[in-house]
Ligand binder design. Sequence first.
Ligand SMILES: [Zn+2]
Length: 215
Amino acid sequence: MKKFLLAALVAQILFSNVAAAVEIIDKPIKWTANRERLIREYTLEHYGFEATEIEPRAVVVHWTAFGSCDSTYRYFYAEAFDSGIDAGTLNVASHFLVDRDGTIYRLTSETALNRHAIGYNWCAIGIENVGGVDGAEDLTVAQLQANVELIKYLHEKYPTIEYVFGHYQQVEAKKSGLFIELVPDYFAGKPDPGKIFMRHLRDYLEGDGLKFFPI
Ligand SMILES: [Zn+2]
């Protein structure tokens, strides 16, 4: 009896230490040769070389500032901005979109080059979290858990990933040496995904050999 209890206890400890396999749902945005052409144009203008793929070096965490997963998905779906001024330029997109309930959607290939963080698109995987409307720091515990699992999964799969930072830390993150931007004064201040979320994310992931910047 005692032996059985001990074995059960050991099993319980072992299972609690095994990270649950992250669940990812593929929900691809529109991706044709036209998007790839626009990506190459973007990279040539902003980085000085043509590429459509990345070797991930960083993960940039965002919030959408849109109210719903659907509206964000619809926004990212188009390959080009269709406003009069920006017609014909590459639309923004991220690799992952995390809904309020923690559901993780993969919108593109994990190593696609997506436009989500000025200066870092050539090397960064983007995770968008639904929330942050009007700057409210309202991301959920389920989203936090999903981000922790997703980043652990990515770090294991791509050991080249060294940094995790929030979009609002884009200036501080230049210390990584990863920032490249050839267009002068091309910059937009960002508040996402909020300091509270980044503080929790750092607390859960810091021991995993990932580097964070001061929150
Ligand atoms: Zn952002």
